[in-house]
Ligand binder design. Structure first.
Ligand code: DGY
Length: 331
C-alpha cells in the first residue's frame, strides 16, 4: 500500500502527478480548512504538505502515523517544531528558492509606497482625475535614499543587491555581522539597531518571526524613525505591532508603509484600510508561477526523501532524525 499524504492546498497538477507515483495523495482547495477539519483529515495520514497551516501538538496527536510535515514555505512559525521533534516527526521547509522573488516584492511595495502608486490608483479609479496636477500627489525619491535592512539572511541580501541600481547607500542590522566579503557583495554597512531605525529612509524587515522578534518594531522603535521614513514588511506579521504602526501612520509620524504581512492575517487590523499612506498586499512575497513551482517541488522532494529512507534536503529539526518514525510506525 502506498503511504498517504495530504497536501492542504491546491498545488500544481504536475507536482501532484509525480507524487502519485509514490503516494496516495489527497489535496485541498485554495483556502485553508478550519483547524478541526484539518485535524480530521490529517488523521490516518503518513505525511502532510502544508501551506502555513498551524501544526501543533493536538494535530500531531490526532495523526499518530505522521512521519513528516513538509511546509511548502520557508518560514515555519506555523509549525510547533518541539512537538514534531518529541514525536519523531520530521519537519521541512523551502529555503533558497524564493529569495529573489520575495526581494522583488520588497521593491514593489517600497516603490509603490514611495511614489504613492496604490493610493493614486484608487483616486483615479474613483473618477477624480480632472487634469494633470503639479503639486500633488508628490511622493519620495527612492534613488540615493538610505535603505535600511533588518535581517540580512538570503532575502535581506537579495534586497540589498537590488539597491545598487537605485544608487542607494545600504545599512543593515542583523544578529551577527556579515563577513567582509558578503558586506562588500551587498555594498552594505553594519549599524546598531538604533542607528538603523534613525538613519533609514526606507526600512525593510527581512527576519523570521519568533518570540524574540515579536513586536520588535513597536511604538518606541517607530518613534526613533525619521518622519519621512517608509517601512516595508514582507517577512511576517507580528514583527511589527500593527496597532502602533497604524497610530504613527495616522498621525503622519512616519511617512508610509508597504505591507505584505499582518498580525493575525488574514484577519488584519481594519485601521489600515482607512489610511492612504500604506500600500497593502495579501502576502504575495513568493507568489510567482516559477517560484511557487520551485517551492512545491522542494516540498515534494522533501517528502519523497523521507519515504525513501533519506534525510530530506531541507530538514528543520535534525534532532528528530535519530528518533524518526519508521514505516511500520515504530519509533
Ligand atoms: C514563506 O515562504 O515563508 C512566505 O511567507 C510564503 O511564501
Amino acid at each position: 500500500m502506498k503511504p498517504k499524504i495530504l497536501i492542504t492546498r491546491a498545488v500544481f497538477e504536475e507536482v501532484v502527478a509525480d507524487l502519485r507515483q509514490t503516494f496516495d495523495v489527497e489535496t485541498g482547495g485554495q483556502d485553508p480548512w478550519p483547524p478541526e477539519e484539518l485535524r480530521r483529515r490529517a488523521a490516518g495520514m503518513d505525511a502532510l504538505m502544508v501551506w502555513g497551516d498551524r501544526i501543533d501538538a493536538a494535530l500531531l496527536d490526532a495523526a499518530p502515523k505522521l512521519r513528516a510535515v513538509c511546509n511548502m514555505m520557508v518560514g515555519y512559525n506555523n509549525l510547533d517544531i518541539g512537538a514534531c521533534t518529541e514525536r519523531g516527526v520530521l519537519a521541512t521547509n523551502t529555503p533558497g528558492v524564493l529569495d529573489d522573488t520575495t526581494a522583488d516584492m520588497v521593491w514593489a511595495l517600497l516603490l509603490a509606497a514611495a511614489r504613492r502608486v496604490t493610493e493614486s490608483e484608487r483616486w483615479l479609479r474613483a473618477g477624480n482625475w480632472k487634469g494633470l496636477r503639479f503639486s500633488e500627489p508628490l511622493g519620495r525619491d527612492v534613488h540615493h535614499a538610505t535603505l535600511g535592512i533588518l535581517g540580512m539572511g538570503r532575502i535581506g541580501r537579495a534586497v540589498a543587491r537590488r539597491a545598487r541600481g537605485f544608487d542607494m547607500p545600504v545599512i543593515y542590522h542583523n544578529r551577527s555581522r556579515l563577513s567582509p566579503a558578503l558586506e562588500q557583495e551587498c555594498n552594505a554597512r553594519y549599524v546598531s539597531f538604533d542607528e538603523l531605525l534613525s538613519q533609514s529612509d526606507f526600512l525593510s524587515l527581512n527576519l523570521p518571526y519568533s518570540n524574540d522578534s515579536h513586536h520588535l518594531i513597536g511604538a518606541k522603535q517607530l518613534a526613533r524613525m525619521k518622519p519621512t521614513a517608509i517601512i516595508i514588511n514582507t517577512a511576517r506579521g507580528g514583527i511589527i505591532d500593527d496597532a502602533a504602526l497604524i497610530e504613527v501612520l495616522r498621525s503622519k509620524r512616519i511617512a508610509g508603509a508597504g505591507l505584505d504581512v499582518f498580525e493575525g492575517e488574514p484577519d488584519f487590523n481594519p485601521g489600515f484600510l482607512a489610511l492612504d499612506n500604506v500600500a497593502l498586499a495579501p502576502h504575495l512575497g513568493s507568489a510567482t508561477f516559477a517560484t511557487r513551482m520551485a517551492m512545491a517541488r522542494l516540498a515534494a522532494a522533501n517528502v519523497t526523501a523521507v519515504f525513501a529512507g533519506e534525510r530530506p534536503p531541507s530538514l528543520i529539526n535534525p534532532e528528530a532524525w535519530g528518533r524518526r518514525r519508521k514505516s511500520d510506525n515504530s519509533q
